[in-house]
Ligand binder design. Structure first.
Ligand code: SF4
Length: 373
């Protein structure tokens, strides 16, 4: 998507250091408070069309998220980065920093790597708060040493407010979609256009988009549904969903609802803020300790939004998601909620005829279904 490229060029013009963060949920507020520009390297589907560099280092049976992030970092695009941040999100991403380090070393442009380990144990079972606090403080010390920028609590609070505002704007935008004032397709276009922008620009851009749609008339589709997965489906698939008369009233997508669904409160110390951030995060299979809460969370959202069914958007080769799909589908079926799984692979996004058929068939099922969770 041209907007990503244009936004990346604008970032370069700020002359600030840019930190490429591997998905899923990096501590953006810390980086911003230290005058760095963090960019989470997902949503690259429309920008990264070839995977030549990635394929030299990563098996082609890895997910598209990891392959595109690797391609971005190892190809010419990665030259705009001043460092890379990663944490133990999933098995694929746990191993990526070492591969990237070696690849960048071979290319003669090594970059500083920053890593933390987020404990994946439920807080009721093992108290690992002190460990996480130490990881956060160690990260800050390393950033200070590398970039010669001191950390300030006041600036951190300012960053927290800004990121909370962005999350809040996304939540408001999602409500506009649910009310039919905005299509999910338009929401996605706005979401992608705001990606790779400094957080201040994101706030301005999203506020403008919200103002624009507030005056529009509601055009609700026939049947409200939820979509769930790591990434939103490609635009042609979203169009197919909306054309089939389905209205996406809520999402359990890692780069969307799971990312912006929860904001910790203000005025906590930086380490306590991130204890709260990870502990109370919207459940995600990559945050292993949250897995037990996932079904309960999904059901509560389905009830709140009156969604009548779920489309699971499977990211091919994402074992974390795929291990859970059969269980989730069964639990939803027991509750009388129809669901369907569509799979998106790195190389079949332009050939979506079979996906359209499945979506149309699912819309028919939903049309005949009268159950509610
Ligand atoms: S899609 Fe799945 S396997 Fe790939 S990076 Fe995300 S969580 Fe990991």
């Amino acid at each position: 998507m041209d907007s990503i490229k244009a936004n990346l060029l604008k970032l370069r013009e700020t002359r600030k250091k840019i930190l490429g963060c591997l998905p899923l949920y990096p501590p953006m507020e810390i980086f911003h408070a230290m005058d760095l520009i963090p960019v989470t390297l997902w949503g690259l589907r429309d920008m990264i069309r070839t995977l030549d560099e990635s394929d030299r280092h990563i098996q082609n049976y890895s997910c598209s998220v990891a392959r595109r992030a690797a391609e971005f970092i190892l190809s010419e695009s990665g030259m705009m980065l001043d460092g890379i941040f990663a944490y133990n999100a999933c098995d694929t991403l746990r191993n990526l920093p070492e591969i990237l380090s070696n690849g960048l070393q071979d290319a003669g442009r090594p970059l500083p790597m920053f890593q933390i380990h987020v404990p994946m144990v439920p807080s009721g079972q093992t108290d690992a708060k002190d460990y996480l606090c130490n990881e956060i403080l160690s990260l800050i010390r390393l950033l200070e040493k590398t970039f010669h920028i001191p950390f300030s609590s006041d600036r951190f609070q300012d960053s927290v407010e800004k990121y909370n505002e962005v999350r809040n704007l996304y939540r408001r935008m999602e409500k506009q979609v649910a009310s039919g004032k905005m299509t999910f397709q338009d929401f996605m276009i706005a979401f992608h256009s705001s990606g790779f922008l400094p957080v201040e620009d994101q706030i301005r851009f999203l506020s403008g988009e919200l103002d624009r749609c507030c005056n529009k008339e509601s055009k609700p589709g026939n049947h409200p549904i939820m979509i769930s997965g790591i990434l939103p489906p490609p635009l042609p698939v979203i169009q197919a969903i909306e054309k089939a008369g389905l209205r996406i009233v809520c999402n359990d997508i890692a780069s969307l609802g799971r990312y912006y669904g929860y904001s910790p409160g203000l005025n906590a110390s930086v380490e306590q803020y991130f204890v709260d951030f990870y502990e109370n995060h919207i459940p995600c299979p990559t945050l292993l300790y949250s897995a037990d809460n996932r079904m309960e969370y999904m059901i509560s959202v389905l009830q709140k939004t009156s969604a009548e069914g779920v489309i699971f958007v499977g990211e091919k080769f994402c074992e974390y998601e795929y291990f859970e799909f059969p269980y989730l589908e069964k639990r939803l079926k027991d509750k009388g909620v129809p669901s369907v799984l569509i799979e998106i692979a790195v190389d079949d996004e332009d050939n979506i005829a079979s996906l359209k058929n499945r979506i149309d068939a699912f819309a028919e099922v939903i049309g005949q279904h009268e159950g509610r969770p």
